[in-house]
Design a protein around this ligand. Structure first.
Ligand code: SAH
Length: 204
């Protein structure tokens, strides 16, 4: 997976590649899909949600250019895999999941594996997580149609945010950087994520 799917496609950061060596994707994949855990694709994790394709996880992680002192906000904990990769590279990961059962499963699994620098909660990540803001980096793994204002506000000066934006199944991955209080935006990749929804299931 690491050579064929990541290095060959241009993932260069040794720290990111090392994180992929360390975090075992099969631990985050449901029993029935375990044989496909290192395949080049997203996989179902229940409740209609998916664990992202390894390349996309690596691409988004590399784009954040994390330092070991950084605090990161993740919206969409899902299986917890992306949170674990981030936790290998930064100080603390704060991760929000809107589906209670997924959030609770991820929390248990991450604790069992031994991550003490991932803090999870159940809630609507559109609103961000004000208590721990501002964040050096924000990663969103579900797609709204617009960039949520609260997330823009909770990004630290000099910070980076990576987020898929668009209608269902037609989205662009957008990289934002906050410089002098202004956000610079760059479209980096067409992607397909599950939609960002609110507590009643409505798409943002
Ligand atoms: N990062 C995850 C990918 C999960 S898919 C992983 O590594 O496995 C995206 C997740 O975003 C889904 O679990 C979905 O329930 C969640 N989600 C959708 N809307 C959300 C919202 N408003 N707040 C928090 N999580 C949300």
């Amino acid at each position: 997976m690491i050579y064929e799917q990541l290095e060959k496609r241009g993932i260069k950061s040794q720290q990111v590649l090392d994180a992929f060596r360390k975090v075992k994707r099969h631990q985050f994949v449901p029993e029935e899909y375990r044989s496909m855990a290192y395949a080049d694709q997203a996989l179902p994790i229940g409740k209609g949600q998916t664990i992202s394709q390894p390349y996309i996880v690596a691409y988004m992680t590399e784009a954040l250019d994390l330092k070991s002192t950084d605090c990161v906000l993740e919206v969409g904990t899902g299986s917890g895999y992306q949170a674990a990769i981030l936790a290998e590279l930064c100080d603390t990961v704060y991760s929000i999941e809107i589906i209670e059962s997924l959030g609770n499963n991820a929390k248990k699994l991450l604790k069992k594996i031994g991550y003490s620098n991932i803090v999870t909660k159940i809630g609507d990540g559109y609103q961000g997580w004000k208590t721990h803001a501002p964040y050096d980096a924000i990663i969103v793994t579900c797609a709204p149609t617009q960039i949520p204002e609260p997330l823009k506000d909770q990004l630290a000066e000099g910070g980076r945010m990576i987020i898929p934006v668009g209608e269902q199944y037609v989205q662009e991955l957008i990289l934002l950087e906050k410089k002098n209080g202004q956000l610079r935006k760059k479209k980096v990749l067409p992607v397909m994520f599950v939609p960002m929804v609110n507590e009643t299931g409505r798409i943002y």
